[in-house]
Design a protein around this ligand. Sequence first.
Ligand SMILES: [Zn+2]
Ligand SMILES: [Zn+2]
Length: 500
Amino acid sequence: MRFALQPHLIPEPLLSTSQLTYKISEIPTIPEPSFNPSFTFNPNLQRHLSGKQLLLEDLPFSLEEIQLHYQNGYIAYRPALKKTLEKYECMRCGTKDWQWFASYPCSRCGENCVYCRKCIMMGRISSCTPLICWLGPSPQENDSGASEPILHWQGQLSQGQEEASRHVVQAISTSTELLVWAVCGAGKTEVLFKGIEYALTKGDRVCIATPRTDVVLELTPRIKAVFPGIEVASLFGGSEDRHKYAAITISTTHQLQRFYHAFDTMIVDEVDAFPYSMDESLQYAVQQARKPHSTMIYLTATPSQAWQRDCRVGKRQYVTIPARYHRQPLPVPVFLWCGNWEKQLERNSLPSNLKAWVEQRLKQGKQVLVFAPKIRLMEKMLPLFRQLHPKTEMVHAEDPIRKEKVGLMRNKEIPLLVTTTILERGVTFPNIDVAIIGTEDAIFTESALVQIAGRAGRSAQFPTGDVVFFHHGRTEAMVRARKQITTMNQQGLKRGLLDR
Ligand SMILES: [Zn+2]
Ligand SMILES: [Zn+2]
């Protein structure tokens, strides 16, 4: 490696002794930019580093050159770990929990260095490692065709989307925070188009972040297609755009850990999705990647209970899209008690009402998606479902041919697919009925249930579908999920967004 972190390779002024001993010093905040205007900076380094926080080994430039930029005020170093009393805090991922810190004999500073295990996949940072940031001017995008329209989209927004779209533009024009609460199948991506266009015309750098790589892969071509003249970087583990400086960045929340004060408009899609909702370091990454003065747009179909409460009491700015694009109400789940279904499975039989329900669908030639809480139980169920139809399949996260099976389902080559919650979001099968077996399981949270119910009736051609929660005891999550769905339907009706 060209920049092996060995002390003799690091020129003395680049990392002075004080910078090597961050572990005992207070965290120096990034100085106000005061770069030497007569210095000719390297535009490649500028594009590589602007809005980022990188390690020396992430910078394919000579140490002399980096050093020169540092001396002229174009580059700053921040300590990667901060120590207060006996506690460490990782400045890249925000982790404070001591369990994530370990020490190793460090060849760079010659001491026993503490490092953060939480974000180690982004390169090891330890108590003697600086995070390197750009302090110079931001790269200028050449807006040669300022009169040309940026957005190339011929579609039509629904009435509900139109209202939300106006709120998004408003939030961006005032650099405020907004939650867009759009039901499954409302079409939330289109709601962003005008806002992104507006942000780009005022010179904003825009980021769309999401917890899931699948979403990055799906969004990238759509965004590129509607903003054909705009540079788009698509970031996920192992992506090739890692060093691209772009006006629009579409990124997993993980990859945002490399950014620092980069974006004027930050959009987080699926705030409620795993792992973002559970992992504070990802939320920290999002906050750190936005500029201190910036817009924050959250998109979700299923906000957490805390956020729902904030919306009700006026503590959070939000807009809802309570109806789907096709103006038909959301299918409301039906609760059906099915007794001790696990015991029945042990005796190699399916609950009779579930069996009858599935048989009826198969007879009608309608596809069925059955969610179950545990893989072990799914394996018990599979042969029983295969007695009803031999082409039944099951999928779960570790299934190596999961994509193929989903493809077969989409092509209607499978009548019945049994799945874990991995298919709770992101998939659309045009004409299906949906069931859950064991809905009482804790894995089926309110938002999981709303998402699962949201798989039915999505296409305009088949806007209805049955959703049944087979259970052995109803839970609060079930009741709340159903309430959320009926409330949205009522709102949609009241706002004239539904054809009765
Ligand atoms: Zn960390
Ligand atoms: Zn060290």
